[in-house]
Design a protein around this ligand. Structure first.
Ligand SMILES: [Zn+2]
Ligand SMILES: [Zn+2]
Length: 753
């Protein structure tokens, strides 16, 4: 593009520099134009500014935060039209590796850059300059004639003679005087004050000294020979980019192995990041960390307070040594000396973010490790097939732990054939399972009943007209929740009070509830085992780590006999008294159109089974199923995981599916059905032709309507070496997307609805 000479700021322009600032606003990337959210601002020469500085700028009549990506002398925009930067934050500039990381995430996910930048600029309090706080004390130079002073002033002077400097608020509160008194005493020179920044800047060496002392004083736990060998093999590749698949059976002590590596890095003054699936971030886990390290890590997830976020964000940006334990968003903290990343339970679907920037935190963690040139450890008892094939091809180092830690052994897994042992009508627990549970309860053992269905009943149908009660804005059935007495849509979250009245024909008392949810299962349990102490672990009743904690503790203490839980129980918990796990619906998830249904069911069941018998007593697992010979269940029963992986991989290979190839789902949605239909038809006509690249669609998405929006899907299937993003980009740049349509690109999709 040509531009006029007089629009240039000359190199020797005495007045201004041009800062290219990326703002944390997702610019509607109409055909991906200006997806970088980058704009030019003026900076007066001589201003202390550098790349990575967080700056405040005026943007579309708002004041927002942005990051300086480059500093130049030239701009294509007329000088008089440019605005000046409003302020530069006092925090250290963001390190280049972070800026590069954001850039790559945006490229990979095809999300507008401004949206990715938001993930980094997630703690506004951290870079806002705070109002200074002054601490008051008696002036060293002042001379008083006490008799001539007012009563209030005497009180202030007496108090200050005995106490250390405090803020004006504290003074007024403690002594009971007005702010005016203090202010005039200061103006007359009787008091003096010093500015006190909220957190005195410590130097890295002092912090490191504290951490070393804490680690030195922490209880020494010994690694088993197997654990030590595993750690030693990883240490060989320390301080360089190396991907480790730490593959250990449930309860084998993978955590201690990576703790050992984290400890080494902390002692060298570095930063470490441990990612956990959100719900596993319990106080129990943190206690375990504390015992090993003697200090508390930085804990980062969506639920922490703004003031905590501020401290963590600043410390990490300053490069202070420490460990961050967090959910996927912790990946976007501004690390400056990252030396090891751990992705615990790497197979967990919780790592997939499904909104705004759609990414898999495990994959982005690998990218981050590559840029930071550090070690990354993917830990799991049931690795994802993606990681498994990367290990087979030699890209990942494979380290195995085959024994359970201490005296624990692997549980005994049995299936209960539901075709031969059908539970009574409207009941879900079969006769053999009832007698086994009774036996366990009699011998004072803890039992977990696993059912991955929230609420009371998944379906409510009208006996009068036969209609299933469904959401008015989604193609989704309403789930009955008894505890909250609501009918809830699990797609959009909309809920209405439960009433025994058909929405369709208006008849009352005709609604019949079909199928089990955990609440309904609990009802059956109360009936069967009236003396048992029962608790439900489900995200409906417990939605954040703080709420979960008391329940987890009472389970650990043995104050609960029967736990009824959804998938949230399967993650990371260690219940020492639990010896029996029963899977109520072992068929759930095995069928259906989901590519990973088998793999996910296998992972889930292995994890749930792994909760059983983690201490001295051997655990038992019962799986109720109508397909006892299904390969997933056979592999579980015989504990021949690798055989199952082999079988599943052969199927994927012959179907041309991941992990051998790569998928991208592009979903278009709109409230306007005509507009969306026309648009996707036009796009279909423009489908590019590349060898061995298949673009399927447009097809109505399996859930066609969500929140009133009609949805169409294209699915791209390509070899892994193909740059899919480039193909998608090229395809779309030739057609303008009407503003009424929304596009969502999902590279490596997990959700096919
Ligand atoms: Zn009806
Ligand atoms: Zn809905």
């Amino acid at each position: 593009m040509a531009y006029l000479r007089d629009n240039l700021v000359k190199k020797n322009d005495p007045l201004f520099l041009i800062a290219k600032v990326r703002v944390s606003v997702p610019i509607s990337s109409q055909n991906f134009q200006n997806g970088k959210s980058e704009f030019d601002y003026l900076v007066s020469k001589g201003t202390q500014i550098q790349i990575g500085n967080i700056v405040e700028v005026s943007f579309r009549n708002r004041t927002i935060w942005g990051v300086v990506y480059s500093l130049e002398y030239e701009t294509r925009i007329k000088h008089s039209k440019l605005k000046q930067i409003l302020s530069i934050s006092g925090v250290s500039p963001i390190k280049l590796c972070n800026l590069e990381f954001l850039e790559k995430v945006s490229e990979w996910t095809m999300a507008p850059f401004g949206q990715v930048l938001r993930a980094l600029l997630s703690a506004p309090n951290a870079y806002k300059d705070e109002t200074p706080i002054f601490y008051y004390s008696l002036s060293s130079a002042a001379q008083f004639e006490m008799e001539k002073l007012s009563k209030a002033r005497k009180k202030v002077i007496n108090w200050c003679m005995q106490k250390p400097p405090v803020s004006i608020n504290t003074l007024c509160k403690e002594i009971g005087v007005s702010r005016n008194t203090i202010n005039s005493m200061f103006q007359e020179g009787q008091l003096e004050r010093v500015q006190n920044s909220l957190k005195p800047k410590e130097d890295t060496q002092t912090i490191l000294k504290h951490l070393k002392t804490a680690i030195g004083a922490a209880s020494k736990l010994n690694l088993s020979t197997e654990q030590q060998q595993a750690a030693d093999q990883i240490i060989v590749h320390e301080n360089k980019f190396n991907i480790v698949l730490l593959d250990g059976v449930t309860g084998s002590g993978k955590t201690e192995v990576y703790f050992e590596l984290v400890k080494r890095q902390i002692l060298s003054g570095n930063q470490c990041l441990i990612l956990l699936p959100e719900i596993a971030l319990t106080a129990g886990w943190v206690d375990r960390f504390n015992r090993w390290f003697g200090f508390t890590p930085y804990i980062w997830h969506s639920g922490i307070t703004a003031s905590k976020k501020k401290i963590i964000w600043r410390d990490i940006n300053e490069g202070y040594p420490g460990v961050v334990v967090g959910a996927r968003s912790a990946l976007f903290l501004p690390f400056s000396s990252l030396s090891v990343i751990v992705v615990d339970e790497e197979h967990d679907v919780g790592y997939k973010q499904e909104e705004q920037v759609i990414y898999n935190a495990r994959d982005m963690a690998i990218l981050r490790a590559k840029l930071a040139e550090c070690n990354i450890i993917l830990a799991s008892a049931t690795p994802s097939l993606e990681s498994w094939t990367n290990m087979l091809s030699g890209r990942y180092q494979h380290i195995t732990l085959t024994n359970r830690y201490g005296l624990a052994t692997m549980p005994d897994i049995q299936t209960i054939d539901l075709t031969k042992n059908k539970p009574l009508f409207g009941k879900w627990i079969s006769e053999p399972l009832i007698s086994n549970i009774k036996e366990k309860l009699n011998s004072k053992q803890q039992v977990l009943l696993y059912l991955n269905r929230r609420g009371y009943a998944p379906i409510s149908v009208c006996n009068g007209c036969g209609m299933k009660q469904s959401c008015h804005q989604c193609d989704s059935l309403l789930v009955t929740h008894r505890l909250s007495n609501l009918l809830r849509c699990h797609q959009c979250g909309v809920a209405r009070p439960f009433e025994n009245k058909c929405q369709s024909c208006g008849q009352t008392d005709t609604i019949q509830l079909v199928g089990p949810g955990v609440e309904r299962l609990a009802e059956e349990v109360y009936e069967l085992f009236p003396d048992a102490r029962v608790t439900i672990l489900s995200s409906d009743t417990l939605s954040n780590p703080k709420q979960i904690e008391p329940t987890i503790q009472s389970i650990e203490k043995g104050e609960v006999d029967i736990i009824i839980g959804t998938q949230m129980v399967s993650k990371g918990h260690h219940f020492p008294k639990l010896t029996c796990v029963a899977v109520i619906d072992g068929d759930f998830g095995l069928s259906g159109g989901d590519l990973r249904a088998g793999e996910r069911t296998f992972q889930m069941l292995t994890q749930v089974a792994g909760r059983s018998g983690r201490e001295n007593q051997r655990g038992t697992v019962f799986i109720q199923t109508s397909e006892p010979f299904h390969p997933v269940l056979q592999a579980l029963k015989t504990q021949k995981r690798d055989n199952y992986f082999k079988l599943e991989l052969e199927m994927r290979d012959s179907a041309n599916m991941p992990p051998y190839r790569r998928l991208a789902a592009i979903i278009y949605s709109s409230i306007d059905e005509t507009a969306i239909t026309t648009y996707v038809k036009k796009l279909a006509n423009l489908k590019p032709q590349f060898e061995d690249v298949y673009i399927h669609g447009p097809a109505p998405a399996p859930i066609y309507k969500i929140k009133g929006r009609h949805r169409f899907r294209f699915l791209v299937n390509a070899p892994k070496k193909v740059n899919m993003q480039k193909i998608i980009h090229g395809w779309h740049s030739s057609l303008v997307m009407p503003a009424i349509i929304r596009r969502q690109i999902d590279i490596d999709p997990y959700n096919f609805m």
